[in-house]
Ligand binder design. Structure first.
Ligand code: PLP
Length: 358
């Protein structure tokens, strides 16, 4: 099967095999070595000197971790949404009692930083900005560097909380350089792992915010992670098998060099979009903001995404993703995170081309 959804992604054979290693004591020295080594590796990929915590959970848990550890009830936050995952970030903040101001952009577009500036000027009491780096639901990458230039350089003391779930380890992300306060990501994306682990980077400013935060938290309380990390342990029983896999995958990513990983994603993103256009399909977002981890393709008039997806599965054993929410029948999404090659994409193009010509 050619799994081409934007996560989970196909996991390389050697990484899968590493998960069948026998269990070890998660409070013993062997685990301590893995925890320290993987945390250092994660810091290097995040581009941060501050803290990265490894959680057992999915990306949504990492988003929740960002919110509950830095905010307090009643805090005014700006939630930028360019799709369903942006909506989710705002919803989490709202459920925990933040006063959420919504900046909702048209699906298929990236946020315009002038709009962020307008919101922050109009409501100076906004304490945090929540943003999705790469909106997997629409195949759009926001310009995180430009967003950070506004939020962190033009204003004082605002927290920048980033959903980097489908960007970190695939798209250029420099946590310290871009002054991001929290970045959340999850294992089933560019990390080349199965689902089940999530990683969150916290800047020193975010850790200061933690000390004043009154939102309820237990499983995702980063104070617990910090306390146990000093002992070389996680606070709760971790997904030990996934930690073996993380250790191996990170070693491979670092050996290749993170800049080379970014370059590969750029090349496969450009290749995919070019091939899609060649056969007469169009890309949902504008090329300037199109993501290099997932390509959202418009379903031609008169066709339905559901039928196209069935056709690809039945005839080519290729699994594609439909759109989400109002885009369900309008777009399909082709994932190309991790070690995707042109040979993985070519059969997708062949199938799409057959589908419209049948
Ligand atoms: C950008 C983005 N945010 C959040 C999520 C939610 O992550 P999870 O499904 O791992 O909870 C996803 C998952 O696809 C995502 O791509």
């Amino acid at each position: 099967m050619n799994l081409r959804i934007p996560g989970p992604i196909p996991v390389p054979e050697d990484i899968l095999e590493s998960m069948s290693n026998p269990m070890i004591n998660h409070r013993g020295t062997e685990f301590k070595d893995i925890l320290f080594r993987t945390t250092e590796g994660l810091k290097s990929v995040f581009g941060t000197e501050s803290s990265v915590y490894i959680l057992t959970g999915s990306g949504t848990g990492a988003m929740e971790t960002a919110v509950v550890n830095t905010l307090s009830k009643g805090d005014k936050v700006l939630s930028i949404s360019i799709g369903t995952f942006g909506d989710r970030f705002g919803e989490i903040a709202q459920i925990y009692g933040a006063d959420v101001v919504h900046l909702k952009c048209l699906p298929g577009t990236a946020v315009d930083v002038d709009e962020i500036r307008n919101c922050l000027n109009k409501q100076p009491e906004i304490k945090a900005v929540l943003v999705t780096h790469n909106e997997t639901s629409t195949g759009v990458a926001n310009d995180l560097e430009a967003i950070s230039q506004v939020v962190k350089k033009e204003y004082d003391n605002k927290l920048l909380l980033v959903d980097g779930i489908s960007s970190v380890a695939s798209l250029p992300t420099y946590m310290d350089l871009w002054e991001c306060d929290v970045i959340s990501t999850a294992s089933q994306k560019g990390w080349m792992l199965p689902p089940g682990l999530a990683f969150v980077g916290f800047s020193n400013f975010a850790i200061e915010a933690y000390r004043n935060s009154d939102m309820p938290k237990f499983y995702f309380d980063i104070g617990q992670y910090e306390k146990y990390f000093k002992l070389g342990q996680p606070p709760w029983t971790p997904a030990v098998s996934l930690m073996f896999a993380l250790d191996l995958a990170l070693g491979q990513i670092l050996k290749e060099g993170i800049e080379n990983v970014y370059l590969r994603h750029k090349e496969i993103g450009e290749f995919t979009r070019h091939q899609v256009r060649e056969i007469g399909f169009s890309i949902f977002p504008d090329e300037k903001v199109a993501s290099n981890t997932v390509t959202a393709v418009n379903v031609p008039d008169g066709f339905k995404a559901g039928d196209l997806i069935k056709f690809m599965k039945n005839n080519y054993d290729i699994v594609l993703a439909a759109g989400q929410g109002e885009l369900k029948e309008k777009i399909i999404r082709i994932g190309h995170m991790g070690r995707t090659t042109q040979d993985d994409i070519k059969p997708v193009i062949e199938g799409l081309s057959k589908f419209i010509s049948q």
